[in-house]
Design a binder for this molecule. Structure first.
Ligand code: ATP
Ligand code: MG
Length: 355
């Protein structure tokens, strides 16, 4: 049976990329799947303390991300919404995955290189092993589908590699305990405990780019606030940021092929397409040949129309932190039951004695 899992870090400045690339697509998936949506607070502390901001910021951001989930239409009653640190099985499974994943696999992760920057000696060990914790987040529920932005593709491939190695290494034991499903691995048949999770990535906003630099993804951690549209920005701020967005000086092309060498134009067209739930072709049909002086105001109006109800709802929900906390508590209790079921099996598979 399909199970959907995904998460957002409570690192502040929730933005349009998080919404269009991830959260909004989660809403669609909850119609016909069981879904678990997590505020991954243990990932938030992998960067320098000056970046994640300390305990007061972490609490505030955790509640804000939860409010954003709810305001966007995530149903926390039908599905599960919780903060990661409440379910200690994630960290327990991450330790086991630290011992399954190879140094060489993690050395290839481009996000670590980006986030660690030049001063790699000074990066936290947690930033390096973060993808193992992410694999644990997903596999603690044996989730089959993970909707994320394109920047997470490499981490999901690593998750599959970890699942595959675990299944292969312990296949005999998994079979002996009757915990596996028979799967093909190369030309062998093995008993698999973990599924090979499918990434769910796509659409015109799978990778929303910075408004200041069309070659960099829009990010919470970008020091320039003009680089991103925050979900809580007011209408004037959204309009100003779109007006100031970097572009070239050509009018929009008459077909999507013409967007290829124009990252900034391509980004704005992609955002417009995602906001109207359509594709770039249809945006070009309407705006091909137009100047940015026409397209940008139209995009600003559309962004304000789609985002301001969410911002208003976020503010309304955030005003009642007791309500937000009760959602996380309830979700955490339900998630713990599911994760503990998996971990009991994993401990047996590994040979850890338990009652
Ligand atoms: P940070 O800079 O702290 O890593 P982030 O903006 O990358 O913040 P995350 O919490 O790491 O946000 O990611 C949450 C989800 O949003 C993930 O599914 C990620 O793939 C998606 N996402 C992040 N940035 C973008 C983007 N620019 N376009 C589309 N999806 C994105
Ligand atoms: Mg990120």
């Amino acid at each position: 049976e399909p199970l959907v899992f995904s998460g957002v870090q409570p690192t502040g400045n929730l933005h349009l990329g998080n919404y269009l690339g991830a959260i909004r697509r989660w809403v669609a998936l909850q119609e016909s799947n069981n879904c678990i949506y997590c505020v991954v607070d243990q990932h938030a502390i992998t960067q320098a303390l000056s970046v994640w901001g300390g305990p007061a910021e972490l609490m505030r951001n955790t509640r804000e991300v939860t409010a954003a989930f709810l305001a966007s239409g995530i149903d926390a009653k039908k599905h599960i919404v919780f903060n990661q640190s409440r379910v200690h099985q994630h960290a327990e499974l991450a330790w086991i995955f630290n011992c399954v994943a190879r140094m060489g696999w993690l050395n290839r992760m481009t996000q670590f290189k980006d986030k660690a920057g030049k001063d790699r000696e000074n990066a936290s060990v947690g930033l390096f092993t973060y993808p193992n914790l992410m694999a644990a987040d997903i596999l603690a529920y044996r989730a089959t589908h993970v909707p994320v932005g394109e920047d997470q593709k490499q981490h999901l491939e690593l998750t599959r590699d970890i699942a595959q190695k675990f299944n292969t290494d312990f296949s005999d034991r998994i079979a002996e305990l009757g915990l596996g499903v028979e799967t093909q691995s190369g030309d062998e048949t093995i008993a698999s405990f973990f599924p090979l999770t499918e990434p769910v990535i796509g659409g015109p906003a799978a990778r929303v780019m910075s408004l200041r630099d069309g070659t960099k993804k829009m990010s919470k951690s970008d020091p320039s606030d003009l680089s991103r549209i925050n979900l809580i920005d007011d209408a004037d701020t959204i309009s100003k940021k779109i007006r100031k967005a970097k572009t070239d000086s050509e009018p929009l092309p008459s077909d999507v092929e013409g967007l290829k060498e124009r990252p900034e134009a391509d980004n704005l067209v992609g955002i417009y397409a995602a906001l109207i739930d359509s594709d770039k072709e249809s945006v070009i049909r309407d705006f091909g040949g137009q100047q940015f002086s026409v397209f940008k105001p139209a995009l600003a109006d559309l962004a304000v129309e789609k985002l301001s109800p969410i911002a208003a709802e976020m503010r309304r929900i955030s005003a009642d932190s007791g309500f937000v906390d009760s959602i996380l508590k309830d979700g955490g209790e339900r998630a713990s039951v599911l994760a503990e079921k998996t971990l009991r099996n994993v401990r047996d598979i590994m040979g850890f004695l338990q009652d």
